[in-house]
Design a protein around this ligand. Structure first.
Ligand code: SAM
Ligand code: SF4
Length: 329
């Protein structure tokens, strides 16, 4: 088991498959992109599969989520999903993606054993999409969502980050769109994880504001908090249910006490928190003949030192050096 010194157990592994991306969301990356991780430092498919196997068969990982960067840019994705889905015990598998190209590959991912997808969608307006993601790809994202649902990757979840004076007025429209299409929408508070350090507390849209904007149009009723478990989203029934909307108040309503996540970066670092300032490098062990048990031991040690909280609200908070796109959101 991956237990930390506060008694939390990490069972949800987030695997970043690449730090590269075909969008440039303003809350994530600068327009010119980033200096990508050098190829020799990236884990090969075999190395990734081995670490996922160790996580699942020795360390109690029960859910594997593939993310990035943009995970659909990783060529071997269906094979990596299939290898995870073939493990015993079989973990739940999920993908967080910007949706570009998803309509084409969704059937093969479903076939490979992928259980679910989260697609990021911040706007329904092409001009706003171009401003937010710096590319004209809204149509591809909407097609990706539809393709995922058609391939049976349900329930399709949608992740939305609201930015003040850019897309915050669209919150009710996005919810209406998701309700109409049977997608489960979750709003995520913007976090200080962008490479260009542009996050500002006084301009971020808070969970309270998100709920105010939605409540102006919909009747929201909080779902029973006891069903939330380690899920970061607070759920609300919309107009009497059964449809729900989620709000992930990472900054203003932290849920670190219930966190069950651990992250593996594309270059083989274990991070025990999105906001960790230290990471544990598994690559040397992988490449220099370490045994499965040695790797598992190093992984356990990396979890043991997990901090009780992310500290964003502490005056001494320092943003981690690694940006979101290279951690795996
Ligand atoms: N490229 C994929 C995507 O966009 O879904 C996967 C990686 S992305 C880093 C994962 C999620 O993190 C997306 O839903 C994105 O909106 C979210 N995200 C990125 N930067 C963020 C930030 N600064 N604060 C909150 N969420 C962020
Ligand atoms: Fe790419 Fe996802 Fe970051 Fe947007 S949020 S730039 S889609 S990694």
């Amino acid at each position: 088991m991956l237990t930390d010194s506060y008694g939390r157990v990490a069972t949800d592994l987030r695997v970043s498959l690449t730090d590269r991306c075909n969008l440039r969301c303003t809350y994530c990356m600068p327009p010119e992109g980033l200096e990508w991780l050098p190829k020799p430092e990236l884990l090969t498919d075999e190395e990734l599969n081995r670490l996922i196997r160790i996580g699942v068969t020795r360390l109690g990982i029960t859910e594997v989520r593939f993310t990035g960067g943009e995970p659909l840019l990783r060529r071997g994705l269906p094979e990596i999903v299939a290898a995870a889905a073939a493990l015993d015990p079989r973990p739940k598998t999920a993908l967080t993606t910007n949706g570009i190209g998803l309509s084409r590959v969704a059937p093969s991912l479903a076939e490979a054993g992928l259980n679910r997808v989260n697609v990021s969608l911040d706007t329904l307006r092409p001009d706003v999409f171009e401003k937010l993601a710096r590319r004209r790809r809204l149509h591809d994202v909407l097609e990706g969502l539809a393709g995922a649902a058609a391939a049976g990757l349900i329930p399709v979840k949608v992740n939305t980050v609201l930015m003040r004076d850019i897309n915050d007025s669209e919150a009710p429209d996005l919810l209406r769109y998701c309700l109409d299409h049977g997608y489960q929408l979750r709003f995520i508070e913007q976090m200080p994880l962008d490479a260009q350090h542009g996050w500002r507390r006084d301009t971020m849209i808070t969970a309270d504001e998100i709920l105010d904007r939605l409540s102006a149009v919909f009747d929201l009723e909080a779902a029973d908090a006891s069903t939330r478990g380690s899920a970061p989203a607070e759920l609300f029934y919309v107009d009497g249910g059964p449809a729900t909307v989620g709000v992930i108040g990472s900054v203003t309503r932290p849920f670190c006490g219930a966190c069950d996540r651990v992250r593996l970066t594309a270059d083989g670092q274990i991070r025990n928190c999105l906001f960790a300032r230290e990471e544990s490098d598994l690559r040397p062990l992988l490449r220099e003949g370490g045994t499965d048990e040695e790797i598992a031991e190093r992984w356990r040690a990396a979890i043991a030192t997990k901090m009780p909280g992310h500290g964003i609200n502490d005056p001494s908070f320092l943003q981690p050096a690694r940006p979101m796109s290279a951690i795996g959101g």
